[in-house]
Unconditional design. Structure first.
Length: 229
């Protein structure tokens, strides 16, 4: 499905230009070999380095298809006899324009249906992309991040993790392992994948019951745990 989704963005015409499609193969291999479901889902940024080459392959394939159409028109074969009614110059311009317009409309449809935009079908399930956070919300997160020493091992929610990435050990919550600190965004403890909110909140309950961690900071939207044992 992942490969079909990628090539389908270009209407599968990229298959007529396999050498162009082969350019991002190393990046594609990384995604396919990963055990993370996000890596093989075109909704996520992991496919961003690949998609431009899908469109380049579409353009190359469209050029090749147009040449073939003009060539078959001139041969006068029974199945392509109707093409002779169209002047070669008109065919060489109209065919690529029509197919390019179709791909454009198809991609707009995909964006409407599944893209991270205000009018998409998933706009309520992925609200962080759509809506700004309140000032108090952001201030609480800033305070929580400031409490973490630079060299400490940290487990953090997906949305907080980038602010704590300047260290050797950073785990994506609900993975805790040997973390010295755990920073949880209670409003968004997980992210829009198989690591769902229920699993994340279950981990929070275990941390609350654990004698090895204690709360050192808590607000409505963020909680910071420190390892004590």
């Amino acid at each position: 499905l992942y490969l079909l989704s990628l090539v389908g963005l270009g209407g599968f015409l990229g298959l007529l230009a396999p050498m162009v499609l082969a350019i991002p193969l190393p990046e594609l291999a990384i995604n396919l070999l990963s055990d993370r479901p996000q890596m093989v889902n075109i909704h996520y940024h992991y496919s961003a380095p690949i998609i431009p080459f899908v469109y380049l392959a579409f353009a190359a394939g469209l050029q090749r298809l147009t040449r073939w159409a003009v060539r078959f028109r001139d041969r006068g074969l029974p199945l392509t006899r109707w093409l002779r009614r169209i002047p070669a110059d008109t065919l060489s311009v109209a065919l690529p324009l029509m197919l390019a317009l179709w791909i454009l409309l198809f991609n707009v449809y995909v964006d409407f249906n599944q893209g991270p935009v205000p009018y998409s079908r998933f706009r309520y399930e992925n609200p962080v992309v759509m809506r700004p956070l309140s000032e108090a919300y952001v201030q609480n997160l800033d305070v929580a991040v400031a409490l973490i020493p630079d060299e400490a091992k940290v487990s953090a929610s997906n949305w907080i993790g980038p602010h704590l990435a300047h260290r050797r050990h950073l785990y994506l919550f609900p993975v805790v392992k040997d973390a010295d600190y755990v920073v949880v965004d209670m409003a968004r403890p997980s992210y829009y994948t198989e690591v769902n909110r229920g699993k994340a909140l279950d981990r929070v309950r275990k941390l609350l019951d654990s004698p090895e961690y204690e709360i050192i900071y808590a607000e409505t939207n963020v909680v910071v745990f420190e390892r004590t044992g």
